[in-house]
Write a protein that binds this ligand. Structure first.
Ligand code: PEP
Ligand code: MG
Length: 543
């Protein structure tokens, strides 16, 4: 095993090695059989299991501080709750259920009562689920699901991580992240990049690797068994760039930041972003179980807009659904969530939620002095775009645009641009939908390569429409973060590029070294290519 080497897709730059910590998979509902031979003895297992869970939570709370400490202490109190425990004991004795199943069933009653109460009480349902899972795991003798609390720097290995789990990772403890599933444009990959954690996704076999330590290369995607020595991430040196997106012939292409939190915004401003091309507002509320009030939203947006006073910031309205579920906007179960009610489609059913969000955005813009525009996600038609613009204007927002991330929208880009102030191409979803290749599935990651000529040809349609109508067209998908591809996108008529803060200087420096003529040559070569590798070669020729 010591010579094992695996290969996945490197999605967040840097190298690191250290001991492995595995993220346990979610536990399903424990089986109701076999019935315990001695129900009284089975019921008597519940309190000692709860004592172990409570002691563990207290020990973790003792080493934590601030909010984390409070959360752990509240969870410990809940794990000791006599009402939950005695209800579970009763289910074991009266219905002959195994203890783990009884705990699950007892917790279900509490969870539905809390959810029905709504508001603050509904927030607590998540804590009961957490306690339930810990108790069930203890009773079954397996590891508790979810990201364990790390006491020392470690390499995290998981099947995949939810965006909310990834957003909560502590970059001082997580040396690197390796997932068996996931694609390069998945939100887990995007969040790992923004936290500066080297990451490899779609790494087949990593879950079966019995290594206790790994070395991870987030650039090449190579994962090796290592000796356990901790080596900190090495991130490539910063290219030199003066913070203005301009080609050497004076052609302007704004270089902007993608942000989802105040920390991202500070990092983007420090990295030289001329503004923000994509503020993913849903990232602020991944853990909220009820809709944040207008005031709470305004406060969250102010924190992100503050570093950009006097600068352009494109705030995207909630893009809930598929791999970014928001508990307060969850649709009915759908067979294909990525093709279901997500993005702006949620707002058609709940225009009140959109109206409250627009109100909060307008007031955060006024408070911070940022030049705020709003943008709708997942727009398919010009009529949908017009619907959104009307609401944005009614909320007093002067500039309103839409994302082009559904192939139909790229095909009717002219009609869409005619009714909006700007468009921004979301290459992550545009690739997923044009190739029918789920961006979260590692097995189809090659189709989601932003160098695919089919994707570039769709982008050209949008760039041409923008040029014809004299309206700005940006790219805010991960494609914008690749310096050579940034030249191709510029040649296709794109007027701004928005990316993770770590990519700003590299893209800015590359643009400063080229000219619009060369970008157009690179674009023509890439468009005519038959596959991603030849597209890249063709783009490199003039560069
Ligand atoms: C995209 O789809 O390219 C995009 C920028 O939006 P998100 O990644 O948040 O879906
Ligand atoms: Mg998208």
């Amino acid at each position: 095993m010591s010579s094992a080497r695996l290969s996945g897709v490197g999605v967040s730059s840097g190298r690191a090695s250290g001991p492995v910590v595995r993220v346990a998979e979610p536990l399903g509902e424990p089986p109701a059989v076999p019935a315990p031979a001695d129900p009284a003895a089975e019921a008597a297992r519940i309190r000692p299991a709860a004592d172990v869970v409570v002691a563990r939570l207290h020990a973790r709370a003792a080493n934590a501080s601030g909010d984390a400490k409070d959360v752990l202490e509240t969870t410990a109190a809940m794990a000791a709750d006599p009402a939950l425990l005695s209800q579970a004991e009763k289910l074991v004795t009266s219905e002959s259920l195994p203890a783990a199943r009884a705990v699950h069933q007892a917790a279900a009653g509490f969870i539905s009562a809390l959810e029905a109460a709504g508001g603050y009480m509904a927030e607590r349902a998540r804590d009961v689920r957490d306690v339930r899972d810990r108790l069930v795991a203890e009773l079954l003798g397996v590891a508790a699901p979810g990201v364990p609390s790390l006491t020392s720097p470690s390499v995290l290995v998981a099947r995949d991580l939810a965006p909310a789990d990834t957003a909560g990772l502590d970059p001082t403890k997580v040396l690197a992240l390796v997932t068996e599933e996931g694609g390069p444009t998945s939100h887990t990959a995007i969040l790992a990049r923004s936290l500066g954690i080297p990451a490899v996704v779609a790494c087949r076999g990593v879950l079966d690797l019995e290594a206790s330590a790994l070395s991870v290369d987030g650039d090449t995607g190579v994962v090796d068994v290592s000796d356990g020595t901790v080596r900190a991430a090495h991130v490539a040196g910063r290219a030199s760039w003066n913070g203005v997106g301009v080609l050497r012939d004076g052609h302007r292409v704004k270089v902007l930041g993608n942000v989802g939190s105040a920390a991202d915004a500070v990092a983007a401003a420090a990295g030289g972003a001329e503004g923000v091309g994509l503020f993913r507002t849903e990232f602020c509320f991944l853990s909220a179980s009820s809709e944040p009030s207008v005031d709470a939203q305004r406060a969250a947006y102010v924190a992100v807009l503050a570093p950009f006073e006097g600068k352009p910031v494109v705030v995207r309205t909630l893009d809930a659904g598929a791999d970014k579920p928001l508990a307060f906007l969850s649709p009915e179960p759908e067979p294909n969530p990525a093709l279901g009610v997500r993005g702006l489609r949620v707002a058609f059913d709940r225009p009140d939620v959109l109206e409250r969000q627009l109100e909060a955005i307008a007031s955060a813009g006024a408070e911070t002095g940022a030049e705020v525009s709003v943008m709708a996600p997942m727009v398919a038609t010009a009529a949908e775009a017009a619907w959104f613009v009307e609401r944005a204007r009614a909320a007093g927002l002067r500039r309103a645009g839409v994302m082009i991330e559904i192939p139909a929208a790229a095909l009717v880009a002219r009609e869409i641009l005619a009714v909006v102030d700007f468009a921004s191409i979301g290459t992550n979803d545009l690739a997923q939908y044009v190739f029918a290749a789920d961006r979260q599935v590692g097995a189809v990651a090659a189709l989601n390569d932003p160098w695919q000529p089919a994707l570039l040809r769709l982008i050209k349609l949008v760039g041409d429409a923008g040029t014809a109508l004299g309206k700005p067209v940006g790219v805010c998908g991960e494609a914008a973060a690749d310096p050579l591809l940034a030249c191709v996108l510029t040649g296709l008529g794109v007027t701004s590029l928005s990316m993770n803060h770590t990519a700003l200087a590299g893209v800015g420096a590359k643009l400063a070294s080229t000219s619009f003529d060369l970008c157009q040559l690179a674009a023509a070569g890439a468009l005519a290519a038959a596959d991603p590798a030849s597209a890249k070669l063709a783009a490199r020729a003039p560069h």
